[in-house]
Design a binder for this molecule. Structure first.
Ligand code: ADP
Ligand code: MG
Length: 716
């Protein structure tokens, strides 16, 4: 018994709680059950239980179907059973769409009858107040004690399209057939999942398994994510996340998916909540939990999106056409009118994409079909020489599909003669190459014949240029994330020393700088002075000019209160500044005398610990206006130097760091080094770190380094 428990714990199928019995069936069998009992089954498809059995039959469930109904002998022509106990076993899965008041009794009956897992559609539990939450815990405890798993409650069930086990009451199943394909989905909203599967259906997308996890009382999003990673039918994974039950599992699973060659696309609810909380530091207000989640996804090579529709359409392109050959390639727009050519190209830049540069070979091919003035991208097919347009289109597209800088072809089609015929030419041409072609039918109903042609060819299509561009941007992110899983782990720099004896709570500037200096981050030379005489002596020792700052643990932004006196050139100025600080209307512990540093740019470096997600670092345009400019980038710690460089390159400030308008290139290497060191400090402090800011760090010209002139930290 001891051995069996230890084995279970190793396999991760259960937490090593002594009383937990082994699971009755593995997760794969819940998704693909041999037998399903529908509790509350009815002939009335207007009722939840009626709809579930209706859909199971309509979509051709091949296993044993057991309608449970205390008063009916048959339901939909199948023998019905008065209870799960009376039905022939073994029952892999029971679907429960009963009222909340009956739920506990039914779950107990399932547990007693040896049911493997319950899919609980019943809502109004933890999602509806304290009494519901108590009932949910009770139901969960009954299931756990029996080794019976739960999906939900408050979910819409699951679609196993691959095996025709459509175990759901979702109206997305009001179609003849859901097309099998490679898109897997886990969603915390059943209704959104239904809408997305239905949207995908309209566009010809194919699905493998879609699971609505509801309140995640037992099985949760990460369990099904893990399942989809291992699932041979799933090629692309889509996730709708509201909150993670065990956040620490998430990033490692994203990495595993990438290692398995499966792109993960994700929409996370709650972006707007970020930064809402009152914050003690800049880092806290700029790096809320949504920003941390986004950074985690990027780091693990997953694609985070805002728009669930774009998630499904992008997943479909990845599934049916494949991704971009690599990140950073350009786009070839092929349009049939001047208007669509120009507007599509204008929109391209707004999505962070660029028009491709053609190779000489591609140019030569284009020159065969059009006047020299038109041999460029975007291609306007209206400029082809007369009567050669089909051949010309073929020639150009084949050349594009082979061009080393063209990552994707975008074809926005406006109204024109023979739209459907033109559209039908595209799929076979696109399939000759190894890069996606995105077809947009910009017209309304008159474009339906062209859409049908695409459907018939099993080829994706879009209704709006903006949607196709959003998908291209997602594909770019996917390509950029593809090789993240293969990178070597970050290496720890030598000589890092954690400052000792620091208090918990808010640190003073001097204490926070001691912490930074221990990790090799350059900080100002400075000393604390309790009196005017001490301040004058400290200034002499440091060398003029100096800076004086009032020191108080209670103050967050010193300059707001006039507590920063810059550029003091002599002892007289120091004494005057000291007097002015002492006149401030709040008690000071003393003053800090520090060297006056100079630099060409002010950056902020920050770190924080996000409960459940770990340590993060931030870099951005610094100084007193950080919250106004919000030009920051976040990444999970620790960092590789290449990660730090990539963060800097994403800043709006980046061109300034490279040197613009005759200004010198700045010491980017020094910031990278400081950021990497800060990321190790954050990693080593772990949960002890609440947050830390180095703002600003003054950055000098290349080779001259950087220096933190202010620091702030809060420790637990
Ligand atoms: P606050 O608490 O208001 O952030 P800081 O110590 O950051 O106070 O000082 C405000 C500004 O003064 C900084 O953004 C920086 O521009 C400038 N500053 C502060 N200390 C120094 C210094 N030692 N050398 C040069 N400039 C400094
Ligand atoms: Mg500051």
């Amino acid at each position: 018994m001891v051995f069996a428990r230890a084995k279970l714990a190793v396999e991760g199928t259960t937490k090593a709680m002594p009383e937990t019995p082994p699971n009755r069936i593995p997760l794969a069998q819940i998704v693909n059950p041999r037998s399903i009992a529908v509790i509350g089954a009815s002939d009335d498809a207007g009722k939840f239980g009626g709809r579930v059995i209706h859909y199971l039959i309509r979509h051709g469930f091949p296993g044993m179907l057991l309608p449970i109904n205390p008063v009916r002998a048959t339901i939909r022509g199948l023998p019905a059973w008065p209870s799960v106990a009376a039905a022939p076993g073994p029952i892999d899965v029971a679907v429960l769409a009963v009222p909340a008041a009956a739920l506990l009794r039914e779950v107990e009956a399932c547990a007693a009858a040896g049911v493997g897992a319950c899919v609980v559609i019943t809502g109004k539990l933890a999602d509806a107040g304290e009494a519901g939450a108590a009932l949910e815990s009770e139901v969960t405890a009954v299931a756990r004690a029996a080794g019976m798993r739960l999906v939900g409650p408050n979910c819409l069930g699951l679609f196993n399209v691959t095996d025709a086990a459509m175990l759901s009451s979702s109206l997305a199943l009001e179609v003849e057939r859901v097309k099998p394909g490679g898109i897997g989905m886990v969603s915390q909203s059943g209704a959104l999942m239904g809408a997305l599967v239905s949207l995908g259906h309209r566009h010809g997308a194919g699905f493998s398994r879609c699971v609505s996890v509801g309140n995640q009382a037992d099985l949760e999003l990460c369990d099904f994510l893990e399942f989809l990673i291992e699932d041979p039918a799933t090629r692309v994974i889509t996730l709708y996340v509201e909150g993670l039950k065990e956040p620490a599992r998430f990033a490692p699973l994203l990495r595993r998916a990438r290692t398995a060659g499966k792109p993960v696309l994700c929409v996370k609810a709650g972006r707007s909540e970020a930064g809402a909380q009152a914050a003690r530091s800049h880092t806290a207000s700029l790096a809320g939990s949504h920003a941390a989640f986004a950074a985690l996804c990027r780091d693990a090579g997953a694609v985070l999106l805002d728009d669930p529709a774009v998630m499904v359409l992008a997943a479909d392109v990845l599934d049916r056409l494949g991704g971009l050959p690599r990140a950073g390639m350009g786009v070839a727009v092929v349009a049939s009118s001047g208007g669509s050519t120009v507007t599509t190209t204008d929109m391209l830049a707004g999505f962070g994409l660029r028009t491709a540069t053609m190779s000489d070979a591609t140019r030569a091919e284009m020159a065969r079909w059009m006047p020299p003035s038109h041999v460029h991208l975007p291609l306007d097919t209206g400029s082809f020489h007369d009567n050669t347009s089909e051949e010309a289109l073929r020639g150009c597209l084949r050349a594009f599909m082979a061009d080393p800088d063209i990552g994707a072809v975008l074809v926005p089609m406006t109204t024109q003669p023979a739209m459907a015929k033109r559209a039908a030419m595209l799929p076979p041409l696109a399939r000759e190459g190894d890069r996606p072609l995105l077809y947009v039918m910009m017209a309304g109903e008159v474009g339906d014949a062209a859409r049908d042609a695409m459907r018939a060819a099993d080829f994706p299509w879009f209704d709006h240029v903006a949607q196709a561009l959003a998908v291209l941007r997602a594909l770019e992110a996917e390509a950029a994330g593809r090789d993240r899983a293969t990178l070597a782990p970050p290496a720890r720099p030598a000589g890092l020393a954690l400052a000792e004896g620091l208090p918990s709570g808010a640190l003073t500037e001097a204490e926070a700088k001691r912490l930074a200096a221990g990790y090799g981050i350059p900080v100002t030379r400075e000393s604390f002075a309790a009196t005017e005489a001490e301040a004058a002596a400290a200034a002499e020792a440091i060398g003029f000019p100096v800076v004086l700052k009032g020191v108080s643990r209670a103050v967050v932004h010193k300059s707001d209160l006039g507590l920063v006196k810059l550029g003091l050139g002599d002892t007289g100025a120091v004494r005057a500044a000291h007097a002015a600080l002492r006149a401030a209307p709040l008690p000071l512990d003393g003053v800090l005398v520090q060297e006056m540093a100079c630099g060409e740019a002010e950056l902020i470096l920050g770190a924080r610990h996000e409960p459940g997600l770990g340590a993060f670092v931030l870099v951005g345009t610094g100084g007193v206006l950080v919250e106004v400019l919000r030009d920051v980038q976040l990444a999970p710690a620790p960092l590789r130097p290449a990660d730090a460089r990539a963060m800097l390159r994403r800043l709006a400030l980046w061109p300034v760091l490279e040197g613009v308008r005759g200004r010198p290139a700045l010491d980017v290497e020094a910031v990278i080094d400081a950021l990497v060191r800060l990321s190790w400090l954050a990693t080593d402090l772990g949960e002890r770190l609440v947050e830390m800011d180095l703002n600003p760090i003054l950055l000098r010209a290349a080779g001259e380094g950087c220096i933190a002139v202010d620091a702030r930290a809060t420790l637990r």
